[in-house]
Design a binder for this molecule. Sequence first.
Ligand SMILES: *Cc1c(COP(=O)(O)O)cnc(C)c1O
Length: 425
Amino acid sequence: MKTPFVTKEKLDEIIREIPTPFHIYDEKGIRENARLVRKAFSWNPGYREYFAVKAEPNPVILSILKEEGCGCDCSSLTELMMAKAIGCGGEMTMFSSNDTPDNEYVYADSMDAIINLDDITMIDSYANAVGKFPKKMCCRYNPGGVFKVSNGIMDTPGDAKYGMTTDQIFKAFRILKSNGVEEFGIHSFLVSNAVTNDYYPMLAKLLFQLAVELQNDTGCHITFINLSGGIGIPYKPGEPENDILEIGEGVRKAYEEVLVPAGMGDVAIYTEMGRFMTGPFGALVTTAIHEKHIMKSYIGVDACACNLMRPAMYGAYHHITVMGKETAPLTNIYDITGSLCENNDKFAIDRMLPKIDMGDILYIHDTGAHGFAMGYNYNGKLRSSEVLLREDGSFELIRRAETPEDYFATFSNLPVYSELMKELS
Ligand SMILES: *Cc1c(COP(=O)(O)O)cnc(C)c1O
């Protein structure tokens, strides 16, 4: 069973002030989980988690994670700006971008972020854009082929657009070294939402072996290895959960086995988790506003795929709790829909739920990563607000909802809409 991190009474109190739909985040859960992650890798003195900003780009959340020792992993100009705004300059920011525009390299260099080059051609791009190389740089690796994790999870790096081939990364290290780079990192991201304790240890072993070969062959001094993101969460009730302590221990074993004997026991381990850091600690709160019974039964809510795209985009499962009906029998089969003129705008299909009455509050679980973040404005829909449930039980609006004014702000004939907006108010 999945339990909301907020009570119905608390939600009712919040909704009196902040109308649905909104995403709500649990400060306590985020902090406790971040501490567990740190503990899992505490055997490695240089360890750092660089939170993947794209998963939940809100400066208040980023600041909480920074207080827990996390840096920022960015891949665009505005993400870099957000990292800078919360004080994550220098080595606290990792710039793991791809297909990178010149101005983003210039900005990342200006804040002394660690640059992770996605491709060998990016060496020239970087040189042309910035005019010099930093002391420390990272290259992203793609082993190609198929990457299998023990419990059957597999992915096909061979089909992925990211990273450099084995030949290229050797060549890239040599070129960077000849240009004065002194410290090197290796980065790789092979499996997404991996719900197995084996993914990081297996990836680590692969990268550690590569690191030993690279250091022996090129003489480059490798100072960190970035395991990137991909650690999953159980979206469905009863699904197995990752045990981050066991994952950290698995990486330690590979480290002792491969790096330490090669005299590389000073290498720092970095991660760039997004989903695992905030996914379970966010929820989309929405109100049932219509019901419709044709060939099937539909419950229309006031949120839509613009607020949470994963079900529409990947058919992803998100658990739904009808607040106040947690123990009611599951008597009805519903499709839970938003109002987009797109038939994939469904948060759930053929879901067994208690009988839903109009005005009921639906709590859509696990939207704390890649939830709000993937929002968009299709059908002229506006992005929702975001609310933080503080550790002391108080709540705080950490992003207001968009208004028509925001939506029209980029139009060149804004005055016309300004007039219309006056009529609205
Ligand atoms: C998306 C992304 C992450 C985070 O991925 P999760 O699946 O949320 O852990 C980390 N690093 C890079 C480069 C990414 O693109």
